[in-house]
Design a protein around this ligand. Structure first.
Ligand SMILES: [Zn+2]
Length: 132
């Protein structure tokens, strides 16, 4: 077996630990964002209930509806981001992190520090980009 490396070094133990810390920090951030969004959604839900029971003529209705859609959109965006981070963490656990899923080449510490969730080495990423 002669795996293409594109001259990129595999991750060192220290680099792997750094990237794992980076991914965990990102996961915490996403969870905190999620909690904030849930709180805001709850506030909108309560405000909507109040405004419909208190006042049939509801000047705030459309504003609350817009806010609700905005927040739901943000919440829906979070799930795939979390899944990506979890996927990367699972790969670290499995020992397959930092290896291109297309050609098995090392992705490289520099690229992973910029994009810790990257699954393709820069060569494959460029090739696929060029094909679009
Ligand atoms: Zn590759």
């Amino acid at each position: 077996m002669n795996t293409q490396t594109h001259g990129v070094a595999p991750l060192s133990e220290a680099e792997l630990l750094d990237l794992e810390a980076l991914l965990r920090a990102r996961r915490t951030e996403l969870e905190e964002d999620g909690a904030r969004i849930e709180e805001a959604l709850e506030a909108v839900r309560v405000a909507r209930e109040d405004s419909t029971t208190d006042d049939e003529h509801d000047p705030e209705g459309p504003t609350l509806t817009n806010e609700w859609s905005r927040l739901s959109g943000l919440r829906d965006d979070l799930a795939p981001k979390l899944a990506t981070v979890d996927g990367a963490l699972a790969k670290i656990a499995a020992g397959t992190y930092g290896i291109c899923t297309r050609d098995g080449a090392p992705i490289g510490a520099a690229r992973l520090e910029a994009r810790p969730e990257a699954e393709l080495c820069i060569h494959c990423a460029r090739e696929l980009e060029a094909r679009r």
